[in-house]
Design a protein around this ligand. Sequence first.
Ligand code: DAH
Length: 360
Amino acid sequence: MESLDAERDDWLRQITAAADLDALERIRIAALGRSGAVTQLLKGLGALAPEERKARGAAVNKLKEQVEAALAEAKGRLEAASLEERLTRERVDVSLPVKAESEGRIHPISQTVDELIAIFGEMGFVVAEGPHIEDDFYNFTALNIPPEHPARQEQDTFYLMGAEGTRPEARKVLRTHTSPVQIRTMKAQKPPIRIIVPGRTFRSDHDATHSPMFHQVEGLVIEKNIHMGHLKGCLIEFCRTFFDIDDLPVRFRPSYFPFTEPSAEVDIGCSRAGGGLKIGAGADWLEILGSGMVHPKVLMNCGLDPAEYQGFAFGMGIERIAMLKYGIPDLRTFYDSDLRWLRHYGFSALDLPSLVTGAR
Ligand code: DAH
């Protein structure tokens, strides 16, 4: 019986020498394919006499197993090599600067909103939204705003036309502040509540510091045992983080809002010496937001028991704090869509606000 050793050595040598997976596949077909050499040897067994077939069959099957094992080993080795080669070839140089600088810019309003979300998000607040076209009830009545309040005057607020004979309190208004979202949220979900509401607001006003459309951010916290200390801690933390000044002086000045009791306006320290404005320690104060403990009547208007739940709220103008932080002198320029302005005051799309980057 002719030995199969030479045949086996030949296949093993070819398999070891295969340069890549394609070459290996061609060898596999030549050996084990339907009309491959080893397959032919197996087929040839049928023509042998039974005695001879037994010994020869064992030898051919052994050859087949050895070839198969060698193919499997080579396949694993070549696959690993090919992956290794791809990893080297397709390497990304992460140290290369990206080309975003020449692309678009993020508007300072969007950037400031993202900063607010980063700061308050870290304190456990979530973002809530409400409609721009609001009901009189949510914008005024539920917030305990009395009928004679100036914001209710025709000349201060944009009212939508109602059908002939619509009662004044059934008219729709462009919301004059983000505070109605306080009511919507308290009516829709049970405490604990911790929301901020960045969004557009509308008033009939137009000069260097007022625009008929502007942005506010509202904050609302409703939980059990919330007190003025929480309000103060939260807002001091916010002011210092937003302006990135650790020892920024923050002052709470008694004030009045119909929907809070007590109410406080929040001032930050600044210096106006020499004509310019510098935020930080100094002899002067600058008002930046309104706040207070949510009025018991407002809680009751939302079906909450003031003996069980308390909370605080605040509201501030986004343009105003953006102008202060980024030294933008005129409010109207925010909406001029002047690309030179946007290139100057805008932000790179990669300049994501986070607490690590000083929220800017
Ligand atoms: N809504 C007020 C405004 O537009 C701002 C404000 C003051 C909101 C005090 C509040 C607050 O939530 O507690 O002038």
